[in-house]
Design a protein. Structure first.
Length: 139
């Protein structure tokens, strides 16, 4: 695929500035509210990390417990901006840890495909096409 001219991309970006910035900001706030809600409901079982905004590709936060930490794993609750859906990712502390658990789990229902994902052991869709006007539909 041919790379698009940066001047063209910048002009498209400038045209979209009002609504795109508001939408992105609201999506990040939504994930922050979701994290707060999960923290209240699951705070006894999991610890929660900060919300990370990514590069307009993913907005996410980590959750973990002693069992996962002992295995050098954590979960990521991810808003995938390209697909506009919520996913849960199993993440390893390092690429080696991710590869180890991918090999252990590659023949299970959790792992789709024959190649390890770029950032995780596996990724599972939680909510496709979420209703962003109703936080209650996500949890």
């Amino acid at each position: 695929m041919k790379k698009k001219d940066l001047n063209y991309l910048v002009s498209v970006y400038k045209e979209q500035q009002g609504d795109m910035q508001v939408a992105y900001s609201e999506l990040v706030k939504y994930v922050q509210k979701l994290k707060t809600l999960f923290s209240k409901e699951l705070g006894q079982k999991f610890s929660f990390g900060n919300v990370f905004q990514g590069y307009m590709d993913y907005t996410y936060f980590y959750l973990s417990n002693d069992h996962l930490k002992n295995k050098k794993l954590k979960l990521g609750l991810v808003l995938n901006h390209k697909e506009m859906r919520f996913e849960i990712w199993l993440l390893g502390q390092t690429k080696e840890i991710q590869r180890k658990y991918w090999n252990l789990l590659k023949d299970t229902k959790w792992v789709k495909g024959s190649e390890i994902p770029q950032y995780s052991v596996f990724e599972v869709v939680l909510v496709d096409n979420p209703n962003f006007n109703d936080l209650g539909t996500i949890n």
